[in-house]
Design a protein around this ligand. Structure first.
Ligand code: GDP
Ligand code: MG
Length: 598
């Protein structure tokens, strides 16, 4: 296809504003699917995605469209993941396109996540076509939303397309806008091959499938290619595109988006953002913007039943086949036995993996407190240490300082919930940077330590605002903090899984809350159980779980005082033995529940 007949675009939207519905509608209108095939949403194909209404893995579809000018166009629709945890994948997908449809719900207006994505799109010099969706709703206010787009985002919304993806209104207008407003790609087809690895996934029949955007040259079946960042070579055995069904092609030329397979066994061998070139006639320079994604949130996953350890390992291997962005290594804990320390791109990513392990692999798991990565400057110039697990924290004497990751968060919230929201951010050590009002809603920018966000910030935000607040963030680097390791001791034994790194100013409140919750969560035993929170040996909070009293003297009828005393002594001894050697039974729910802050 000649360059001027190609259009590559993505769809940007806040969750639930109608991205997937619009995509399906475009596929249907251009003939990619029959009505029956349309019945299920095509682009979101995992159960969890469907339930949560988010797109986890990007999918791409090629559409053929005969425009009003009578010419045939090849449109590539790139679906981008819809969550901040996958920001890098989003940035690569956007880099593969020349324009974007900005879908905004006509009743909801612009939300935090719309913004984050639209700014990235602007950074990639995209032509942005606003689409005001759901105009069929009685609550739709397209004019108000147009004004919001102009005021908040700062792009013209005069020519916004008014649409209802659900009822099929405005779909032709969207297609025409793609052809007339989004520029065609550029690229020299005679130059050596230069293509971007946009995404990859594991297919049980095809092996690893790689989504590519060819920037220069031509990618052919049978060609020997080289991944510039990873340095490996492969033979291309399939070239094609998705409509959304797979269609094999002989080549993909500059400007085109499609997929290849090259007998690759694991997605970990393919790095998103890498440059693919011809092994024999390589391009001089790799594409800009490549980076290796690093997990930012870590936690331990332990099987409730120790016998499930192997099963957990196999399941983690299987999940990793399709997701190279999470990591795991074996770990053992005195309290929880054998399990794995896992790293994730963010909290949602953690939840997705945890949920898949439970649901698809039928595993009962204990999850330990999520932790961010701290940078510890060791004393006496002994260098720097990345700390992923609070249990590995060196002794205070060996630490010069601790740095923690910070984020900048953008929050949108209706006026009435503003007060409680500001309090929440303040309680989490937030630094307010900005507060403005746009159409009855406050837009707040806060700098927050990531550590204060990974626990239950998002849940709290949603419950404070009855679900109306929206939240988005990006990392802004490391800052020194007065951080300490808080250990939790149950019956004088430290419980690794519950130890966490906290700011000194919040340690006592956190410690007290934790002890209070544990007191209710751990059932009574035959002996008294102290529950303590401590910082470096100093107890900062304490609760006691009273003993279940078994009255051993009940059977002695009065009289014989010495016999009674003997029995009591024996019981005391028994208690002592239990305290010394006995182990406390902590129920599984206690671990997760204890980590939720009140
Ligand atoms: P996404 O999260 O942006 O992909 O949103 P979806 O396409 O999954 O849509 C979210 C919800 O909005 C679904 O229940 C859709 O049926 C509904 N929806 C999408 N478009 C429209 C529309 O034009 N009008 C109405 N009334 N509902 C819509
Ligand atoms: Mg969707």
């Amino acid at each position: 296809t000649p360059l001027d007949r190609i259009r590559n675009f993505s769809i940007i939207a806040h969750i639930d504003h109608g991205k997937s519905t619009l995509a399906d509608r475009l596929i249907q209108r251009t003939g990619g699917l029959t009505d029956r095939e349309m019945s299920a949403q095509v682009l979101d194909n995992m159960d969890i995605e469907k339930e949560r209404g988010i797109t986890i893995k990007a999918q791409t579809v090629r559409l053929n469209y005969r425009a009003k000018d009578g010419l045939d166009y090849e449109l590539s629709l790139m679906d981008t993941p819809g969550h901040v945890d996958f920001a890098y994948e989003v940035s690569r997908s956007l880099a593969a396109c020349e324009g974007a449809l900005l879908v905004v719900d006509a009743a909801q207006g612009v939300e935090a996540q719309t913004l984050a994505n639209v700014y990235q799109s602007i950074e990639h010099d995209h032509e942005i076509v606003p689409v005001i969706n759901k105009i069929d709703l009685p609550a739709a206010e397209p004019d108000k939303v147009k004004k919001e787009i102009e005021d908040i985002i700062g792009i013209s919304a005069e020519d916004a397309v008014l649409a209802s993806a659900k009822s099929g209104i405005g779909i032709d207008e969207v297609l025409e806008a793609i052809v007339t407003r989004i520029p065609p790609p550029k690229g020299d087809r005679e130059a050596p091959l230069k293509a971007m690895l946009v995404d990859s996934w594991y297919d049980p029949y095809l092996g690893v499938v790689i989504l590519v955007r060819v920037v220069e040259g031509v990618l052919r079946k049978g060609q020997e290619i080289k991944f510039m960042a990873t340095g490996t070579r492969h033979l291309v055995d399939r070239v094609g595109c998705m409509r959304p069904k797979i269609e094999q092609l002989t080549e993909l030329a500059a400007g085109e988006i499609g997929f290849i397979t090259a007998q690759i066994k694991e997605v970990s061998q393919t790095a998103v953002g890498d440059t693919i070139t011809d092994a024999k006639k390589p391009t001089a320079e790799a594409l800009p913007g490549f980076k290796t994604v690093q997990p930012v949130v870590f936690c331990g996953l332990f099987p409730v039943d120790a016998a499930d350890f192997e099963k957990l390992r196999d399941s983690l291997y299987k999940l990793r086949l399709n997701d190279a962005s999470f990591s795991f290594e074996a770990e053992s804990s005195a309290a929880l036995g054998f399990g794995f320390r896992c790293g994730f791109l963010g909290l949602l990513h953690l939840e997705i993996i945890q949920e898949r392990l439970t649901r698809e692999y039928d595993l009962d798991l204990i999850t330990t407190a999520p932790s961010v990565v701290y940078k510890i400057q060791l004393a006496h110039g002994k260098g720097e240490l990345d700390l992923h697990n609070p249990a590995d924290m060196p002794d205070v004497m060996q630490i010069a300082s601790i740095d923690e990751p910070w984020i900048e968060a953008t929050i949108y919230v209706p006026d009435e919930y503003l007060g409680s929201l500001l309090k929440l951010c303040q309680d989490r050590r937030g630094i307010q940077k900005n507060l403005t009002y746009v159409s009855g809603r406050a837009q707040i920018t806060y700098e927050l330590p990531l550590n204060e966000v990974v626990f239950d910030f998002y849940d709290r935000l949603k419950s404070i605002s009855r679900g109306y607040a929206s939240f988005d963030y990006h990392q802004i680097g490391y800052r020194e903090g007065d951080l300490v390791k808080m250990s939790i001791m149950v019956n004088a034994e430290p419980v690794d899984a519950l130890s966490m790194i906290v700011h000194r100013s919040t340690a006592e409140t956190r410690g007290r809350g934790m002890c209070e919750r544990l007191k209710d969560l751990i059932p009574r035993h035959l002996f008294k159980i102290p529950v303590q929170a401590a910082i470096g040996g100093k107890v900062i909070a304490r609760e006691t779980i009273a003993a279940m009293r078994k009255d051993v003297t009940a059977k002695c009828y009065g009289g014989d005082a010495s016999r009674k005393r003997k029995l009591l002594d024996k019981q005391k001894e028994g208690k002592k033995r239990m305290r010394e050697y006995g182990s406390v039974q902590i129920p599984q729910e206690a671990f997760i529940a204890a980590l939720r802050m009140g």
